[in-house]
Ligand binder design. Sequence first.
Ligand code: RP5
Length: 335
Amino acid sequence: MRKEGTKITKQKSLIEIRTGSDSDIPRIKKAYDFLEDIDISYSPRILSAHRTPDRMAKEARNLSKDGFMVSIAAAGGSAHLPGMSASETMVPVVGLPVKTSSFEGWDSLFSIIQMPNGVPVGTVGIGQAESAAILAVQIAYNNNIDVRNKIRKYRGIEGELSNDLKTVPLVGVIKPKEIEVDEAKCGGMISLMKKLGLKVKEFDVDLDEARSVLSDIEDEGAMAIIAIGDLERADFSKLIAGYTDLATIGLIVREGKVREEIFDSFLYYTDEEGGPVLGMGIKRYRNAALYAAQIAGMFVSEIRKKVGAFRSELALSVEDKDLQVKSEGVKTFIN
Ligand code: RP5
């Protein structure tokens, strides 16, 4: 049986907040506070990926049947809770890296963000608990115009959405004109989304055009945005997120060595500029597509089924390789 969040008991929780330890709870207090302040129910859990692995996995598998639309998974250090939870569910997981004493939370961030292709976690900056809560609401309440307008007001986003707005499985892919993407990978991301049943609209913009592009796609009922940046324009995703209440997936695509400072301009915004971003691992084009499909899949069962089939194919291909390496040995396998 689920216990409802602390303050609200009548409203059904669409948002679960799982932490790897009770010690995480005071560190992510802003997430609970934010949801309580805007009257959104949540279910708090303590589920450790290492100390209670079976229970953690089982409760991840139960998320969908228990009616959750999103799970915030917060953990620190060897922070495997978000990734392991994500691998057991089609419900989008928002990864919240908890600040640690030894590495200031960089260990947590790196353990969460760079998920392998196939199983995305939308990751916020270290200790960015309020961002995680805002994004969870933006994902779970995409079709609830009252809640969306409340969030827009709180975040200072211009323009109230019309109550007649109907959401559709549409995703906007937006990038600055000046950056170069790997055409094959970007094309692969777009075709994967289409294969999973999403409509996709692509925009190359200057930042001053972004606001009107976003306003149009919001009016068309989009469910998510993928905003692409590179090393020089790592801030692009969060600047885009500053103009919209749509769940904004941030993707950094530039090839080459990446230093950790990039995450400072990628994931952290201020009251004056930018907004919260669901960060994907560097160059994780496919995960951006899958995460967008998971968000839409919360509202469209056909898309959820297709993401499930994609995951099953992925699992089968790993199992095949396992059988192969077991029978052939590594030397034949790698040749
Ligand atoms: C992680 O280890 C938890 O998420 C927590 O951040 C960290 C330390 O846990 P405790 O030793 O305080 O229980 O799994």
